[in-house]
Design a binder for this molecule. Structure first.
Ligand SMILES: Cc1cc2nc3c(=O)[nH]c(=O)nc-3n(C[C@H](O)[C@H](O)[C@H](O)COP(=O)(O)OP(=O)(O)OC[C@H]3O[C@@H](n4cnc5c(N)ncnc54)[C@H](O)[C@@H]3O)c2cc1C
Length: 324
């Protein structure tokens, strides 16, 4: 296969960010006429393989073994390096998750191959893929390309939509790697939770996000009431976190989390680029802002020009009435 996508195990399911990487690979593969495959490593690889067999890709490889039962950066990097050697893909795609950040640089260093990390897009120019990544705190976008093959490429969360993924039938093949106990010299602690307090913003369907337009901390309960009425998670722009009103894990943006919910409601958020990069993958965006020129309206599917302090309580009441 020409493009090999790494499938990360997220509690027995293929991680959403890996499916986004599959969508990227399918799109690039069809443009370049190249075949796409996927690989799952470690305990549960077969379960992931079965899930991936419903994707429109050529083949899913599964790799397991005693040294891979629990995740370790050295074990996974050694295994993937062997697979890249034996299968000779031109490109290895992955979602830019914490795990990928942990072990993929080792694959790159071990094999002496390029790793283009954290890209937000890919397009074809002169028959070759050109990747886009954000630089200088997302103030600029740079085009990057690899001068040799194979190369590893990771994509930022929400750079591609997993909804764009093509279904089909893929063959599943179990492949062997040769690892010894001395290949695995580290052991990992429990996986890092991308969000704290039992709140997983990255998998929330509805997010109610609040910005500086809320005015003061005493006004936040009305936002929480709205979120409760909708069964939504609460997020915020950076000034709210900087003010100490919400914990940092609720911040969306270039220095916060990246999310892609079905519905993102932006309340009193101007739409600065550092915020937008964290939520532009949302399927639907509703923005309420009293400034008709606020940049958030440029990407909103539904925009309401008005005062959130008046609108939020009425909206909550209307939703609660509709439910009862
Ligand atoms: C390196 C760097 C990293 C950054 N990282 C992030 C990040 O990760 N996330 C992030 O969010 N920001 C980040 N920022 C900050 C970012 O540039 C913006 O300053 C920030 O997003 C603005 O937040 P805001 O929209 O809540 O506030 P503002 O820009 O002040 O906007 C408030 C909005 O509320 C509206 N408003 C005011 N009162 C009302 C009302 N009563 N009803 C309705 N609307 C009202 C106003 O019209 C305005 O549009 C970063 C900045 C830098 C330099």
């Amino acid at each position: 296969m020409d493009i090999l996508v790494y499938l990360e195990n997220n509690n027995g399911k293929i991680h959403r960010i890996s499916l986004e990487a599959v969508a990227a690979a399918q799109s690039l593969g069809s443009e370049l006429g190249q075949s796409v495959g996927a690989i799952a490593i470690g305990e549960g690889a077969e379960i992931l393989g079965a899930q991936a067999s419903g994707l429109d890709i050529a083949e899913v490889l599964t790799v397991s073994g005693d040294q891979l039962n629990t995740y370790s950066a050295d074990g996974y990097s050694a295994a993937l390096a062997q697979i890249i050697e034996s299968e000779s893909p031109q490109y290895v795609f992955a979602g830019h998750s914490y795990q990928v950040r942990d072990f993929m640089p080792r694959v790159s260093a071990k094999m002496g191959i390029p790793f283009l990390s954290d890209n937000i897009a890919v397009r074809v120019e002169n028959g070759f893929p050109l990747y886009t990544k954000q630089v200088f705190h997302a103030k600029l976008a740079a085009d990057v390309t690899a001068s040799s093959s194979p190369c590893i490429v990771s994509f930022q969360s929400a750079a591609f939509s997993s909804d764009a993924i093509e279904s089909g039938t893929a063959a599943v093949r179990s492949v062997n790697v040769t690892l010894s106990d001395s290949d695995v010299r580290t052991s990992s602690e429990e996986p890092f939770q991308e969000s704290e307090g039992g709140v997983d913003l990255s998998s929330a369907d509805i997010i109610v996000a609040v910005g500086r337009g809320i005015g003061k901390e005493e006004n936040l309960p009305m936002v929480e009431d709205l979120a409760n009425a909708l069964g939504a998670e609460i997020a915020s722009s950076r000034p709210i976190v900087d003010s100490g009103w919400y914990e940092p894990f609720r911040q969306i943006g270039s220095s916060g989390q990246t999310v892609a919910p079905k519905l993102y409601i932006a309340l009193g958020i101007s739409g600065a680029i550092q915020h937008v990069v964290g939520m532009k993958g949302s399927k639907n965006v509703i923005a309420i802002n009293k400034d008709p020129g606020a940049p958030i309206f440029e990407l909103a599917d539904f925009g309401v020009e008005g005062d959130i302090l008046e609108i939020i309580p009425k909206l909550t009441e209307a939703i609660n009435n509709a439910k009862s």
